[in-house]
Design a protein around this ligand. Structure first.
Ligand code: SF4
Length: 61
């Protein structure tokens, strides 16, 4: 399996608390201030929940 979550920072307005962080079932997403979230690739199971959730399509699997 080589698909990998991509975070498109230019699509994220970076002005709010990222709601996708709490959608991740394994806690792989984290956010500093209102910046675009970061993914811990060691934790991410590539389930796609966050990418389906982000209304800006900033999380792409
Ligand atoms: S793809 Fe799934 S496991 Fe990976 S960061 Fe998104 S919600 Fe978490």
């Amino acid at each position: 399996m080589d698909r990998k979550l991509k975070i498109l920072k230019e699509k994220c307005p970076q002005n709010h608390k990222c709601p996708a962080v709490s959608v991740c079932p394994v806690g792989a997403l984290s956010q500093k201030y209102f910046e675009a979230p970061e993914v811990d690739y060691d934790k991410c199971i590539r389930c796609g929940k966050c990418s389906n959730f982000c209304p800006k399509k900033a999380l792409i699997l």
